[in-house]
Structure formats: C-alpha cells, structure tokens
Design a protein around this ligand. Structure first.
Ligand code: GMT
Length: 379
C-alpha cells in the first residue's frame, strides 16, 4: 500500500511513533511518504520505499501567523496525485487531521478518494485540543476521519469524555522495536558518567510543565541523600533553565548532567538504573517504554495511560502526581540492593516485550485495509 504519514518531525513522542511505524511498514513492503516541515529526527535513512516531502510555508509580511495548514493540505494534494498515495495516516489532530480533511475534499473534486486515519497522541486531546479556541475544529476533524485510533485505553476514555465523538475509536497502543534497545555495545561507557558505586537515574522529555520537572529533581534530591547517585536529564524545553537553577539551589548541580536533545537514547538508557516520569498527565509514556525495553525500571505518576505501561511492584512503582516522598521511597526500594535492582531490570524488559512492534504494526495494517475497503465500497 502507498501510505502518506503526516507528523511532527521533532523529538516528541508522536513524531517518534509515526517515524518508527513508517519504517516498520516500509520493511513490510509498503511505500511510505513522510510529509512534514522537516525530516523527522528518527528518520535517518531514506530508501526506495521511504520518502520525505518537505512542507514549506512561504513568508509573506501580511501574515501575522504563517498558514501551515494551508501549505500542508496543498502539499498533501500534490503528493497524493504525484505518488498515487492510497491512504493518509495523520499523527496528532492539530492541525494534521484538519489539513488532511481539506486535502481530501480538494482531491474529491478531481474524483480521487483518499481515506484518512487519525491517531490521537495525548496533548492534542488533553491539553491543547480541548481549548475552546480549537475544540470545534478538533471535534470536526476527528469525526470526519475515516478511522480514529488512540495510543492507550485511557486516551480513548479522555477523548470520549472531552469531545462529542460520533466515530468509533480503536485503541492501538504505542510499541517498541526491542532490537533497537538491546545494547550492541560491549561497553556503554558508564564509567564516563558515574563511579561504580553510584546509581544512575535518568529522565527524558521535552521539558514542558506537564512533565513536572521539579518533581524529577526533588525525587532525585531525596535519593542522593541516601545513596550515591547521578541524574541524567535528557531533552530540551522551557523547564530546563529553571531545573538547572533548582539543582544549584539544592546544592546537587555537580550530580546532575543536562544532555539536551539526543539521538543516542539507547546509549544513555544502556547505563541507566532507574527512569523517572512524574508527569501531570501522560497518554502513554513512550519514554518509559523505551526505558523498560532497555531494562530500566520506572518510577512514575499513576496518571493517564501510564498504568497501562508501568506495572506496580513489577516494572517499577506508581505514585500520585506530585508525591515526591512516595516516589523517592519507591526508587530507593529498587536501587538499594543489587539483587532487587536486577529483578526489576529483568521485569522491566519483560513488561516492554508486551508492546513489541511486530504485534502492534499489523493492527495498523488491518485498520488501513478495512478503511480502504470501506471507503472504496462507499465511493
Ligand atoms: O508530551 C510529550 O512527550 C510529547 C507528546 C507528543 O505529542 O509528541 O507525547 C504524547 O504522545 C506520545 C506518543 O504517543 C505519548 O507517549 C505521550 O504520553 C504523549 N504525551 C502526553 O500525553 C503528555
């Protein structure tokens, strides 16, 4: 099948999922066209069946805001016609589902019919999408999609609670290519980061308020008071500077390494002992799954879709949002004894294997097939 994938090309989870999905679909014989404003960060290799088409928005002084949706929908029309794309899979409702619907309408005028599958990822529903300024357009584009998926059961429930949805919603969970998280390093150079006695605690995110970065620092602060430890902070975003200041204020700056964005997540996780994800809300928590796939147990909040991923007392522990006391106690339960840590590491890996890419991607293929058949029948 020829599939157009629309996503954000950044380090955010939705872009990562869309890219990994496209790459796996290409291995399964599909022709994939990524259509977005930059080459997706995890898309390192283009090949005869993986293409990237850049959406450019010409600057014009009259525009206070550059009309990205307009440029995207025009690009979609052109690419569908040029490459005979049969289906569009858009990740993140805003503005992708909306732009795809406009493209579908334009193509319809030329008797070309291309169905739209929309995958909702989280903040497009729980944080941004339900703002009164966007809600009518988001509701409309979800209802106009030919198929809708969410990345967790929790996000499906949130979508049905927050919007008036007439469409069926399919849950297709996020997934992981376990092979990519089996370290192929004989030595992941742990000794460059910490001494042998120190435990390595890691957090990876886009450093937005929703991630509750101060809770990461406060939890680590309590951990390092009890045992020797280092904190690896990976990612960029508005909360990074305040986080650095908080580390200085608490006198732990020398125990914290700020990496910025990284394409070497597997290497960083390879030497990590524990992953912290204390988010205020999280539809799934892909970063926690990537940690678990690397054999790193997770201390998280118990919000949104995280309990579908991290299992209490098995792959890690979950606490109420903001309860840094409980998070640090649980972290210490895992980190203090080598034997306990070893068990949690093995459990984390085992739990991650439930989200194996080879089990999940066929679910998307089945949705594409069904959607295409339904749309061709109703044309
Ligand atoms: O919050 C982020 O990390 C970015 C955001 C995105 O849209 O890229 O992530 C959302 O989608 C991910 C992939 O499906 C999920 O794993 C994240 O849980 C979700 N973030 C939130 O719900 C806050």
């Amino acid at each position: 099948m020829k599939i157009g994938i629309v996503c954000y090309p950044t380090f955010g989870g939705s872009g990562v999922v869309a890219t990994e999905l496209g790459l796996e679909l290409s291995k399964r014989g599909h022709e994939i066209h990524f259509i977005t404003y930059n080459q997706p960060v995890r898309l390192e290799l283009l090949s005869s069946n993986v293409h990237y088409h850049e959406v450019t928005v010409p600057e014009y002084p009259l525009f206070h805001y550059q009309p990205y949706e307009l440029a995207l929908s025009s690009k979609l029309v052109d690419m569908v016609k040029l490459h005979k794309i049969e289906l569009l899979h858009v990740h993140y409702a805003i503005p992708h589902a909306y732009a795809a619907y406009m493209a579908q309408k334009m193509l319809r005028e030329e008797e070309i019919y291309v169905p739209i599958v929309t995958t909702l990822h989280g903040t497009d529903i729980t944080l941004v999408g339900n703002h009164p300024y966007y809600k009518p357009a988001v509701t409309f584009s979800i209802n106009k999609s030919d198929a809708v998926t969410t990345v967790s059961k929790s996000l499906k429930d949130d979508t049905l609670r927050l919007f008036t949805i007439k469409n069926e919603i399919n849950v297709v969970t996020n997934f992981i290519d376990l092979k990519k998280f089996v370290p192929n390093y004989t030595d992941c150079q742990r000794d460059m980061m910490a001494t042998e006695e120190e435990r390595i605690v890691t957090h990876i995110s886009n450093f937005r308020t929703v991630k509750r970065i101060p809770d990461v620092i406060e939890t680590f602060y309590r951990i390092q008071k009890e045992i020797p430890a280092k904190l690896m902070m990976v990612g960029e975003g508005p909360e990074r500077k305040p986080a650095e200041l908080l580390c200085k204020k608490l006198g732990i700056f020398d125990k914290v390494i700020f990496f910025g964005n990284s394409n070497q997540i597997d290497r960083i996780l390879c030497f990590s002992d524990l992953f912290l994800l204390p988010s205020k809300t999280e539809s799934f928590g892909l970063s926690a799954l990537e940690a678990m796939a690397s054999g790193v147990p997770v201390i998280s909040s118990n919000t949104g879709g995280i309990p579908e991923v991290n299992k209490q007392g098995y792959s890690g522990y979950l606490s109420a949002v903001g309860d840094v006391e409980s998070m640090s106690k649980n972290a210490l339960k895992i980190l203090k004894e080598d034997a306990v840590l070893k068990t949690f590491k093995a459990n984390a890996k085992n739990q991650a294997s439930k989200f194996d890419i080879h089990q999940i991607v066929p679910q998307y293929e089945a949705i594409y097939q069904k959607t295409l058949e339904k749309c061709l029948a109703g044309k």
